[in-house]
Design a protein around this ligand. Sequence first.
Ligand SMILES: CC(C)(COP(=O)(O)OP(=O)(O)OC[C@H]1O[C@@H](n2cnc3c(N)ncnc32)[C@H](O)[C@@H]1OP(=O)(O)O)[C@@H](O)C(=O)NCCC(=O)NCCS
Length: 177
Amino acid sequence: MRVRPGRSDDVPALTAIYNHYVVNSHVTFDTQPFTPEQRLADWFVQFDAASGPYRLLVAEVGEGEDRGQVVGYAAGTRFRPKPAYRTSIETCVYLDPEWVGRGVGRYVYGALMGLLDSMPDVHRAYAGVALPNDASQRLHEGVGFRPVGVLREVGFKFGRFYNVAWYERVCSVGNSR
Ligand SMILES: CC(C)(COP(=O)(O)OP(=O)(O)OC[C@H]1O[C@@H](n2cnc3c(N)ncnc32)[C@H](O)[C@@H]1OP(=O)(O)O)[C@@H](O)C(=O)NCCC(=O)NCCS
């Protein structure tokens, strides 16, 4: 198992992982699956600027020089578009459903937290967890987030409303600026 920056040729595998949750789960509030081309143009593009604050890490398994199997990813993306939010990042993590509950989430999300901690321009990270999601709540608290509140019935999917718990994390280098 290793973690490395995501590349454009990972997008088909990452789209398949994300679409699983779009179609089958309340953990994301997207409701229609994406094509890899859509994800490349609308989502992956933000990670292309190496100098920017947005980061994509993938967890990969497999031996040797050959290309491995991508089993999950963690991303830090724009929190909100207004410019004064630029020091805040929204984070997320999604694993291939075959790979949940084996420490991969902790590994790849922990690596993303280490990266965000090293970035002087990142002051806070935020994540919304649609409830229930015990694994995600445990993971967020395990990598240093603290709960800051619950939006009640803020999302509607599969014919019912869902609450979202928001989490906040202090990012060490950016916090000291
Ligand atoms: C949420 C997710 C990333 C967690 O990754 P994971 O590899 O399954 O979790 P890990 O094995 O690294 O465990 C992380 C923590 O969660 C706990 N945990 C894992 N699965 C759990 C479960 N089903 N119920 C309760 N706690 C659980 C672990 O015990 C561990 O806690 P600890 O550090 O206090 O011991 C993964 O399950 C996933 O991709 N889920 C679907 C997508 C999703 O919900 N993404 C998050 C959207 S907010």
